[in-house]
Design a protein around this ligand. Structure first.
Ligand code: FAD
Length: 344
């Protein structure tokens, strides 16, 4: 069985009604998390000696895409994605003792991780993060600052945190002075508050503002060398983008474009910024003998006809721009995309 088949089989236990109810009641899909953990999927890209499968980002991406495609949408994929990608730098840079203590329980599903990078005033400008972690004697660090848009902070037990240990003005290069921590995320402890943000869609998974006010963490929450956190966390960011882009594409356009188009990431209209290189595994996945991707279907020979004169005018204005399928309207006609029938 391929990754896709196995994941679709697990997800077929969760009906559209399940997702509708969890969205409307803003309830985390604990059952999906448990079902994936039970069959070992949370450790898909984590080391085998900890109970993981030791596979790569391509397989993890296929898993996310299949969860989204099953009807769970972004919320389904988002309910587990930090456990899969944000734990990667911990697996790579933690000491053997830290890896054992921190990751085995993530793979077994006992703990959940959230990812604490984005801040209200430093969205994509990660080097300007202002949350600080100050040495608190020899015992640990004291964290102060604010994070925003942190997914799953209402249910997480741990957080991968990027915080500044040396002020920006005192470092030679802005990429220095940030440190990565894998902290206990104890919402009942003094100095930590997670406040839910109201949002449209994907409501089964909470998004939060997180406030730290001299929140104490032990010294061995630090992963890798102090001040090198940006380099440590950097490999997770392209993974996050790959996983998020593919799962978003899959659910935003459930029946269109044809499946063969999913093999390439869309050209982006805002492209003055440098584009990230796709991970090598994606190329090998496409070429390789064990194709996990669905079979090729030809592109339609004609574009969808404009639905109104306004659409026609818009099409004329944007005809010269590269096509960005992820931004297509959601109202395209469905072509009977269905959940797979559960195997008896
Ligand atoms: C539902 C949801 C869940 C999330 N979950 C998490 C999470 O779990 N953990 C976490 O850490 N973060 C999370 N995020 C945050 C997400 O990673 C950020 O939204 C993202 O990094 C962008 O930051 P921003 O929203 O502040 O956008 P901004 O940085 O304000 O950027 C907005 C737009 O401006 C453009 N732009 C910005 N700077 C420049 C520039 N210098 N030049 C040209 N264009 C520029 C960008 O391309 C972008 O399109 C989540 C966000 C959402 C919406």
């Amino acid at each position: 069985m391929t990754v896709r088949d196995s994941i679709l089989k697990i997800c077929s236990q969760f009906s559209d009604e399940y997702w509708m109810e969890h969205d409307q009641t803003e309830t985390y899909p604990h059952e999906l998390h448990a079902a994936l953990a039970k069959d070992g999927w949370l450790g898909i890209a984590l080391p085998e000696d900890l109970g993981g499968s030791g596979l790569g980002i391509a397989e993890a991406t296929m898993m996310m895409q299949s969860i989204a495609e099953s009807g769970a949408g972004l919320a389904g994929a988002q309910s587990i994605h930090a456990n899969v990608y944000a734990t990667q730098p911990v697996a790579k840079f933690a000491t053997p003792d830290q890896r054992q203590r921190f990751l085995a329980k993530i793979i077994s599903g006992e703990w959940r991780t959230c990812f604490g990078v984005t801040e209200p005033n430093t969205g994509l400008e990660t080097l300007k993060l202002t949350t600080t972690a100050k040495k608190d004697g020899d015992d640990g660090y004291s964290i102060s600052g604010q994070k925003i848009w942190i997914s799953s902070a209402q249910v997480a037990t741990k957080m991968v945190l990027l915080a500044r240990t040396t002020p920006l003005e005192e470092v030679k290069k802005p990429s220095e002075g940030l440190s990565m921590f894998y902290i206990d995320f104890n919402r009942d402890a003094p100095g930590l508050e997670a406040k839910k943000i109201r949002k449209m869609g994907g409501r089964a998974v909470d998004a939060n503002q997180v406030f730290f006010d001299n929140y104490k963490v032990p010294a061995d929450s630090l992963i890798g060398e102090e001040g090198q956190g940006f380099k440590i966390v950097l490999p997770s960011l392209p993974r996050l983008i790959t996983i998020t882009t593919i799962k978003a594409r899959d659910r935003l356009t459930p029946s269109d474009p044809p499946r063969n188009e999913r093999r390439t990431l869309p050209p982006c209209r805002r492209s003055p910024r440098p584009r990230l290189r796709r991970p090598r595994q994606i190329h090998s996945l496409r070429k390789g003998p064990h194709r996990l991707l669905p079979p090729h279907r030809p592109k339609p020979s004609h574009p969808t006809p404009p639905r109104s004169s306004l659409d026609a005018a818009r099409s004329r204005q944007t005809a010269h721009l590269p096509r960005c399928t992820a931004l297509r309207p959601l109202s395209l006609p469905a072509t009977g995309h269905r959940h797979p029938e559960p195997e008896v």
